[in-house]
Design a protein around this ligand. Structure first.
Ligand SMILES: Cc1ncc(COP(=O)(O)O)c(C=O)c1O
Length: 380
């Protein structure tokens, strides 16, 4: 039996009583990941220091950049803290950021730059349209003050994937720094960080690697980060100081979420068992295909065109029926231990269903059966 099948059998057999989370995170995690947290380990313990080192290395491997001049910097706090750490630490006082926006997470980066008093421009595409390299090229030609470009890989608002490689080649070709928010895609969609010319990629513990919340991380091109001394706008979120601290003695500058880090180490071992990022991508794709086929059969319509949709999370339009009330629909699924997610699209009423976390096509079929039942009950 290949390891991924063994892992599946173990995962389904040891489910526990928790609700299944069809969301963008926190996610359903394996029992082994949860159990790893049942111990207290000091943050200066040799074992903990070794685990942190291994996590940093395994993340480089997951991004295809081990031994290629990149480092992993783990930062306490959720994904937003990681993003704020990068924006606040790597852009010089006279730098200018261009944010490519086609959803709520792109807009949040613009808001973050404003709070940090970083000079910022945005390039806005509709929420159902991937960013276009030609538009980015034009924006850069029009504004030579721009030094850094930031984009979201999987815009979790809709589930759309942006063409990060094409845009990365353009940004790097002009000698600019490239920042990618890969929060909901890293570990679940194969991404070659070097080929995409990414200088800073940010993700967090409770997404596709299937750990629990508690920290974020940035995979950084060493040469780029080395040039940022003195730029940090925060003490605790200083990205370069955090890396130098980890390198000096393997320890964090401030208390790390030890239990979450232990869980993450186990989650990375399970990622390897599943066949690495490629294996996990295949499972998410199976989940996604099962979901969309089943939802269509029940009469639901996706917000995005299929060719634009990534396998991470799908936005579905509210059915056109006076009997459909999202609150009721959500609550009825929740009563059956199934948790879906509200929508975030600004120009259409939608809800979202995620395919990530320790869920299998069997789970998706289980969700579809309950959706069918609830649909009949509500009469929409
Ligand atoms: C693309 C993207 N960026 C940023 C975030 C924010 O992460 P957090 O809620 O962990 O701060 C999320 C969360 O889902 C996300 O999907």
């Amino acid at each position: 039996m290949v390891n991924s099948e063994k892992l599946k059998e173990q995962s389904l057999a040891a489910r526990g009583d928790d609700k299944l989370l069809y969301t963008p995170g926190p996610l359903t995690t394996s029992m082994a990941v949860k159990k790893t947290m049942l111990r207290d380990l000091g943050s200066r313990d040799h074992e903990f220091i070794r685990i942190v080192k291994e996590i940093r290395q395994k993340l480089l491997e997951a991004g295809g950049v081990a031994g290629k001049g990149y480092e992993t910097v783990i930062m306490q706090g959720s994904g937003t803290f990681g993003l704020e750490s990068v924006l606040g630490s790597v852009i010089p006082p006279d730098g200018k950021l261009l944010v490519v926006v086609n959803g709520a997470y792109g807009r949040r980066l613009v808001q973050m730059a404003k709070v940090l008093k970083i000079e910022c421009a945005d390039l806005v595409f509709p929420e159902d349209t991937p960013a276009e390299a030609a538009g980015v090229k034009q924006a850069l030609e029009k504004d030579p003050a721009i030094t850094h470009v930031a984009i979201i890989h999987c815009e979790t608002t809709t589930g759309l994937l942006n063409p990060i490689k094409e845009i990365g080649e353009l940004v790097s070709g002009r000698g600019l720094t490239y920042i990618v928010d890969a929060m909901s895609s890293f570990g679940g969609i194969p991404t070659d960080i070097e080929a995409c010319k990414i200088d800073y990629l940010i993700s967090s513990a409770n997404k596709c690697i299937e750990g629990v919340p508690g920290f974020s991380f940035a995979i950084v091109r060493r040469e780029a980060l080395d040039k940022t001394e003195g730029y940090a706008r925060s003490l605790s979120l200083d990205l370069r100081a955090q890396l130098l601290g980890l390198e000096a003695n393997g320890q964090f500058r401030f208390t790390p979420p030890t239990h979450s880090i232990l869980a993450y180490h186990q989650a990375l071992l399970e990622l390897e068992e599943e066949g690495g990022v490629e294996g996990r991508y295949q499972r998410y794709l199976d989940n996604y295909n099962t979901l969309v086929a089943g939802m269509r059969e029940l009469g639901f319509v996706e917000y995005l065109k299929k060719e634009l949709q990534g396998p991470i999370i799908t936005s579905f339009r509210f059915p056109e029926s006076p009997n459909f009330k999202f609150e009721d629909f959500y609550n009825k699924l929740n009563e059956k231990n199934l948790v879906i997610y509200p929508g975030k699209v600004s120009d259409a009423d939608c809800f979202r269903i995620g395919n990530i976390g320790r869920l299998y096509p069997e789970d998706v079929k289980g969700l579809l059966a309950v959706v069918k039942q609830v649909k009949e009950e509500m009469g929409f």
